[in-house]
Design a protein. Structure first.
Ligand code: GLC
Ligand code: CA
Length: 558
């Protein structure tokens, strides 16, 4: 495992430990359970796992409120279980990165308990205190459904402390060199135990400066460059992935000059994929890809459709947000803060063609795809569970008790399994889907396999959009050395056709990448293709070996 660019070729998969598999029947998923399910992930074709926070925590924000950075929440297992998991994952050639919650901690953390004990406490300056809640007025509130200010009053010392998220999550003071050093020690600790890197949480907010919006400040970038340098020196081959939910130019800044984050989630692209679908127009995708293309060598976007949070709409304009709410959040409960708390399948009304089209997009646009656990089987959600818990329900393994997730009585589960008739776990589960060739799970295995057939082309190739007057169809060519893939997506719900100018590829033959179905050779005339509703094609463009008249013979399907 010494390919340092492994993250550019990988398929990632996001996992909350508590939701994956319960090995000891207490109703909560754990490390041993996850270890037992590595075979499943290997078989699916996953190369890297992103683990959500598994550290000690009172779970006010599902683990993003850490009370001890050096230990594991006992319900999830022990350090031994963790090491065991990492070793087995590595033996499968699966890399593991974990959340690094760097901006804030839990108010139950000893650091904060010390700090609030008196204004002369040694830890006092590890946090940001003020006599009034008036500083940093331009910093927006993020959890707008719960918090009305970024300041919370601490009665004992009669001062306010700053928090960007829940009030139980005091922000650390990065102007204090001890804090900067301590966080590096946390990083060292977990990398020493075998992690391959981190998904750094809430990166834009580390440093705060009066008169700014306290996001993306130069000091914050500087600190991440320091961390990167330390990781490159002490733990070569490990990576940093940025959660920076910002406008395109600001998000791109996290790659630095190739000396900051190796990867960043493509937050600008994600909502615009859904907007493109809602508008039946390729324009939102083309515009945003063009704005996010030019990044330093060896850096890459991580592209996703959904994750454990609400589908965030903070960085879109009002008109786009309205379109999103209208199309995807018809019931008010579906919204949370400035976003939509739903899983992929329910978002698109469980429409199989749309689910396939969306995945075909993230597997063929430039970047590294990441899947959210359960979306590969088309899991449903439960918008009535509060906060973002509705998209964090137990993984559905079989039609046994509790979807095969745990042997406890149902009421002991950390959250109920999905029983909504349209998404009932009795049908939507790994075991059932493996038994039927047309299932979503088998289709996902197929697309992962096809992507792997073209790792370099789709992982590293360039992209060029093909102009065509039919805005319903998104058309692009990926190119890498002498390989080329023509990708077409009908974003609308009706059949349509396009005529493409493919004169640059004259003489080549499109071969559909999933089935190897051959299409007529590209000639002088515009290339004419019809597309079913929400249909897509990936055509590998090859130098023809056979006579076109043979095209109707041979393999029929996959
Ligand atoms: C990130 C996490 C989210 C968490 C927040 C505060 O946005 O993805 O789940 O609530 O940070 O830590
Ligand atoms: Ca357990």
């Amino acid at each position: 495992m010494n390919n340092n660019l492994w993250y550019r070729d990988a398929i990632f998969y996001e996992i909350p430990i508590k939701s994956f598999y319960d090995s000891n029947n207490d109703g909560i998923g754990d490390f041993n359970g996850l270890t037992m399910k590595l075979d499943y992930l290997k078989d699916l074709g996953i190369d890297a796992i992103w683990l959500l926070p598994f550290y000690k925590s009172p779970l006010k924000d599902d683990g993003y409120d850490i009370s001890d950075y050096y230990s594991i929440l006992p319900e999830y297992g022990t350090i031994e279980d963790f090491k065991n998991f990492i070793n087995k994952a590595h033996s499968y050639n699966i890399r593991v990165i974990a959340d690094l919650v760097i901006n804030h901690i839990s108010d139950q953390n000893q650091w904060f308990i010390d700090a609030k004990s008196g204004i002369n406490s040694k830890k006092r300056d590890w946090f940001i205190w003020s006599d009034t809640p008036d500083k940093f007025k331009d910093a927006r509130v993020i959890f707008i459904d719960t918090e009305s200010s970024n300041w919370a009053y601490e009665p004992r010392t009669k001062q306010y402390y700053f928090h960007r998220f829940y009030s139980q999550q005091p922000d650390l003071n990065y102007d204090n060199p001890e804090v900067r050093e301590e966080m590096k020690n946390v990083i060292r600790y977990w990398l020493n135990l075998g992690l391959d890197g981190f998904r750094a949480d809430a990166v834009p907010y580390l440093f705060k400066r009066e008169g700014t919006n306290c996001e993306n400040l130069p000091e914050t970038h500087e600190y991440f460059r320091e961390i990167r340098k330390m990781m490159d020196t002490e733990f070569p081959g490990t990576i940093l992935l940025a959660e920076a939910n910002q406008w395109p130019t600001d998000t791109k800044e996290y790659f630095g000059n190739g000396d900051e984050f190796q990867m960043a989630f493509n937050f600008p692209l994600m909502p615009r994929i859904f907007i493109a679908l809602a508008k039946r127009s390729s324009k939102p995708i083309i515009d945003i890809i063009n704005q996010t293309l030019d990044i330093p060598d060896d850096c890459d976007w991580c592209i996703f459709l959904r994750n454990h949070d609400e589908l965030t709409l903070e960085m879109v304009d009002d008109e786009e947000r309205d379109i999103m709410y209208k199309e995807y959040a018809k019931i008010p409960k579906m919204r949370l803060n400035l976003g939509i708390r739903r899983r992929l399948a329910p978002l698109v009304d469980n429409d199989r063609s749309t689910i396939e089209l969306l995945n075909a997009l993230i597997f063929s646009l430039p970047g590294t795809p990441i899947l959210y656990y359960g979306d590969e089987i088309g899991m449903g959600d439960n918008i009535y569970l509060g906060d973002r818990n509705g998209v964090r329900t137990p993984m559905q393994w079989s039609y046994d008790r509790n979807a095969g997730f745990s042997g406890v009585y149902a009421e002991q589960l950390y959250a109920p399994v999905i029983t909504n008739p349209n998404y009932n776990y009795e049908g939507v589960n790994v075991d059932s889907e493996l038994r039927i060739s047309s299932s979503l799970l088998n289709w996902m295995k197929k697309i992962i396999g096809v992507r792997k057939d073209y790792t370099e082309l789709l992982g590293r190739g360039t992209i060029e959009f093909i102009n065509n007057p039919n805005k319903r169809v998104l058309a692009y060519i990926r190119k890498y050395e002498n390989q080329r893939m023509l990708c077409l997506f009908n974003l609308s719900r009706r059949p349509t056709y396009i005529e493409l100018d493919l004169s640059n590829f004259k003489g080549l033959k499109p071969v559909e990448a999933f089935t190897k179905a051959p299409f007529p050779r590209i000639g002088d005339l515009p290339y004419f293709i019809t597309m079913p509703p929400r249909g897509f094609f990936w055509f590998n463009l090859v130098i023809p070996e056979t006579d076109d008249s043979m095209d109707f013979e041979g393999e029929d399907d996959y």
